[in-house]
Design a protein around this ligand. Structure first.
Ligand code: SAM
Length: 212
């Protein structure tokens, strides 16, 4: 259902009007590089949409792959990368599936506002997939809507957006508990993310893979 919904959004709404589609990378991504927390390596973005940040990391010297459940998003991402003359890979795949489409392991995985599309009952499967795709020393960064955000009605764990998607708003405790099973949580904090229409509160988590 999310796949059909996202294909419809990417097919019928101009990129300029898709609320999350912002070409300039958010500070939290730029800071990873400027603070030297992350330097060129093999990375993957899960839920990459039009691939804006995949292109950004590629230009910064990373070997980058973008994955999205929407084939239409992947088609757009490939076109934009080609137009920009950027080398990167895009794969259409469900991050809740068996991920057999993805053959490599990655040093760094990130998702930027994908997790709030994944509801609690599916989250363990998702983080198992992330864990499986990481090298043994791999790290993972996740950013999702916080329940402290006043967006979309301001209250409630599940909130409907004007374009019809339903998002799950997490608490920091939930995120720590979820990730703690398979990752050492290195950093967990509330951050402000600039949206198209307003700034919103999100939970940022940086983690290291647990082994064994
Ligand atoms: C809010 S958008 C963020 C896109 C991109 N990260 C950005 O910041 O521009 C979430 C993206 O996750 C994708 N998505 C949702 N559920 C997914 C799943 N189960 N597997 C892979 N991608 C998914 C959607 O198609 C959408 O492109």
């Amino acid at each position: 259902m999310i796949k059909e919904q996202m294909n419809k959004i990417y097919s019928s709404i101009d990129l300029d009007n898709i609320p999350w589609n912002i070409e300039t990378p958010p500070n939290i991504l730029k800071d990873l590089i400027s603070s030297a927390k992350l330097s060129p390596c093999k990375i993957i973005e899960l839920g990459c949409g039009a691939g804006n940040y995949v292109r950004y990391f590629s230009k910064m010297g990373f070997d980058v792959t973008g994955v999205d459940i929407s084939e239409k998003a992947i088609e757009i991402a490939r076109e934009l990368a080609q137009k920009a003359g950027v080398t990167c890979e895009f794969i259409a795949a469900d991050a809740l599936g068996d991920m057999s489409e993805i053959k490599s392991k990655y040093d760094f995985i990130y998702d930027l506002e994908l997790l709030h599309h994944i509801f609690p009952e599916d989250r363990n499967k998702y983080i198992e997939n992330v864990h499986k795709l990481l090298t043994s020393q791999g790290r993972y960064m996740s950013v999702c809507f916080s329940e402290a955000s006043t967006q979309f009605g301001g209250v409630g764990k599940y909130r409907k957006t004007p374009i019809g998607t339903v998002l799950y708003f997490s608490s920091e405790e939930e995120i720590e508990l979820l990730f703690g099973r398979l990752f050492h949580v290195v950093e967990l904090k509330l951050v402000d993310i600039r949206g198209k229409h307003a700034v919103h509160k999100a939970i940022y988590a940086l983690m290291k893979r647990k082994n064994g």
